[in-house]
Design a protein. Structure first.
Lengths: 141, 113
């Protein structure tokens, strides 16, 4: 839902069909990779980047599930599967840090999310995003 | 798996359809809504900060808060791997480099300790 708000002004001028398809493709890595691209876009062609990335991600995601579930592959106990997501997110975080307010936003959000980690229902993340954006907005003034 | 085993095929498909509609509704909610309204300017600017906030908010906690407790020590392989990966990401902005260095550090520390 947070991504939906964030993408809404970018998709504003697109056709209804394009909005419908693009909304279907929304996912964390696609959002993170596309936002910097949309921000520096001058020709208005970045939505093809979004589309291509979205279709590839979706395809490989489904393919991965079919292979994994179909073949009954189990992740070995020794493999730290919980490490994959943070590392991917860290790699995608630095390209969107472009000035002091965005760095402050990330630092505050990371800190608050960690402190609020024991909370249920992902409340910690909502709290973290709210605090982070609030601090970033204050610094932007 | 046993829960699925006791469900009829119809019920399973019903779950799939309901969840698909729900998740699509969430994703398209604001994209659809702001087709009919203009995004107010005071809201549009802070949205640039959403990406850094969400990414940091998702990335940090799993490295520090594990199994219901905080592990803020240099012997926590997740934390050290995350810090090293962060430095690599900052310097190189390379996806593969970041993931590779994180796993390398994780296995190095896990083996040494």
């Amino acid at each position: 839902m947070i991504y939906s708000v964030s993408l809404a002004p970018i998709f504003h001028s697109y056709s209804r069909l394009r909005k419908g398809v693009y909304a279907f493709l929304v996912a964390d890595p696609l959002f993170a990779l596309s936002v910097p691209r949309f921000r520096t876009d001058e020709e208005g062609e970045s939505h093809w980047y979004y589309f291509g990335g979205g279709v590839s991600l979706w395809g490989f995601w489904v393919l991965g599930m079919v292979i994994g579930a179909g073949a009954g592959i189990e992740v070995p106990e020794s493999f730290p599967i919980e490490l994959v997501l943070p590392l991917v997110l860290i790699a995608m975080l630095f390209p969107v840090l472009e000035d002091r307010p965005s760095v402050a936003t990330a630092v505050v959000a990371g800190g608050v999310a960690t402190l609020a980690a024991p909370l249920d229902y992902n409340l910690g993340l909502l709290l973290a995003v709210t605090c982070g954006v609030a601090v970033g907005v204050t610094l932007n003034r | 798996m046993s829960a699925v085993g006791t469900m009829s095929t119809t019920v399973v498909w019903l779950h799939i359809v309901v969840l698909a509609v729900a998740t699509y509704a969430i994703r398209s909610s604001f994209i659809g809504l702001f087709s009919y309204f203009d995004m107010p300017a005071p809201i549009e600017k802070p949205l640039d900060l959403v990406a850094p906030a969400v990414l940091a908010g998702l990335a940090v906690p799993p490295l520090v808060f594990r199994d219901g407790g905080y592990h803020l020590s240099p012997t926590n392989p997740f934390l050290v791997a995350g810090v090293v990966a962060g430095i690599v990401a900052w310097r190189t902005e390379s996806l593969i480099g970041t993931i590779a260095s994180g796993f390398l550090v994780f296995y190095a520390i896990s083996t040494l300790l």
